[in-house]
Design a protein around this ligand. Structure first.
Ligand SMILES: [Zn+2]
Length: 408
């Protein structure tokens, strides 16, 4: 669309909507943010979840027709996007920490939905989630940490992470090498800009030796940090030139400890708790698929057929869930797409977003049918009701039969 590099954290990619920011805190003491893009109240609210090192920016990019705009233009006029602790808009990824996906499942998504419900009451909430946002949200949902989700769209990976062989090697050796040998608790896509001969500079130059596919060092680092390929996270030809140029604005630093949890899940073949003995997460199951039969949320699984970060993961999850809750999930392969370009690609609005819209529209029409077989509730449409909804339970909609856990 345009060649100008947009300002970092810009909101200019969404026009004609009232934008508001809603900070909230998790039970373990982190400040997170919800950003709301609202044109009008509607019965079907959409919540967007980024992946590790990304942020809400992946959904509101000015250089292409972004997902928030497409949703707003197609009747979903109240769209929310969450920056949780993996967001590059927040400082946590570049701090020394020992967070796991269990922490996010237990604290980030439940707190976000509580805050969301304060504003939208019991309207239907549909979630569109990418990468580890999808894994962690699915862990919350299937682990019983939250309920009342009308539908879920999951891109790339969910409860059955699968990675290529080279990624397995990196997951095995990476965290230890990084923390104990190189002395870095996080890796930064901008290491190429570090002063010469510093650790970050040397890591970047070493990585670039093996990445001759383009001349953007940030792109090389991102391929090194995640996945297996040249590049690993997208097809170059799917990105607008300016997106490739500013890729580090969209994918920032990442703490290496998360890799240990992913390694454990890959070894187990499914999402499992990092430390089953951790008393803080006693309410969550040791393996997150064990309660799947009790969750009735419809899911659309997406995966690019050139996915080199979690190839085959969502097809596997679709199969696994189809065995225990048949008919409640669909799978759509995205020809020519990789891991994250289904959202940040220049033509995602042509190739990908219509599939998401079609799924969402079917969920809303199904929910609106009288005497629908699905136990969906059409909640009363209400104005933004901060005060009155503050004390409500998260949802009255009996969409999920979770192992009982009061979440709000
Ligand atoms: Zn590149």
């Amino acid at each position: 669309m345009e060649d100008r590099v947009p300002a970092r954290y810009t909101l200019e990619g969404v026009t004609g909507a009232e934008v508001s920011v809603h900070p909230f805190a998790t039970d373990d003491g982190l400040g997170l943010n919800l950003t709301r893009f609202r044109r009008a109240d509607c019965d079907d609210v959409v919540l967007l979840l980024h992946g590790l090192t990304a942020s809400i920016d992946m959904f509101i990019m000015p250089e292409h027709r972004n997902l928030v705009t497409v949703l707003l233009d197609n009747g979903f006029t109240d769209v929310w996007a969450l920056d949780f602790r993996m967001s590059s808009r927040l400082p946590y990824d570049a701090e020394t920490h020992r967070y796991t996906l269990d922490d996010i499942a237990a604290w980030d998504h439940p707190a976000a939905l509580r805050e969301l419900r304060r504003h939208v009451g019991n309207r239907r909430v549909h979630v569109i989630a990418h990468c580890l946002g999808s894994v962690s949200f699915s862990m919350s949902l299937f682990g019983g940490a939250l309920d009342g989700v009308a539908s879920l769209v999951s891109n790339s990976v969910s409860l059955t992470p699968r990675v290529p062989t080279w990624s397995r090697c990196k997951l095995a050796a990476g965290p230890g090498l990084s923390e104990y040998l190189i002395g870095l608790s996080y890796l930064d896509s901008r290491f190429g800009a570090a002063p010469p001969l510093t650790r970050g500079w040397m890591v970047s130059r070493m990585v670039s030796l093996f990445h001759r596919e383009c001349d953007v060092r940030d792109c090389h680092m991102i391929s090194f940090m995640w996945g297996s390929g040249h590049p690993a996270l997208y097809e170059h030809e799917n990105l607008a030139p300016v997106t490739h140029q500013r890729i580090a604005d969209l994918l920032g630093p990442t703490g290496v400890h998360y890799f240990r949890h992913i390694r454990k899940m890959v070894a187990a073949g499914q999402a499992v708790k990092y430390d089953p003995a951790d008393p803080r997460h006693a309410a969550l199951p040791d393996a997150y698929l064990t309660r799947a039969g009790g969750v009735a949320t419809p899911i659309l699984f997406l995966s690019g057929d050139a996915n080199r970060v979690f190839p085959g993961a969502n097809a596997s999850c679709h199969e696994a869930l189809e065995r225990v809750r048949p008919g409640l999930q669909e799978f759509a392969s995205l020809p020519g797409y990789g891991h994250i370009d289904p959202f940040i690609g220049e033509n995602a609005h042509v190739d990908v977003f219509p599939k998401i819209l079609d799924f969402l529209q079917r969920q809303t029409s199904r929910a609106s049918e009288p005497m629908s077989a699905a136990p969906l509730v059409t909640p009363p449409t209400k104005e933004d009701s901060r005060a009155s909804a503050a004390s409500e339970p998260m949802s009255a909609a009996p969409l999920v039969t979770p192992p009982t856990k009061e979440d709000s």
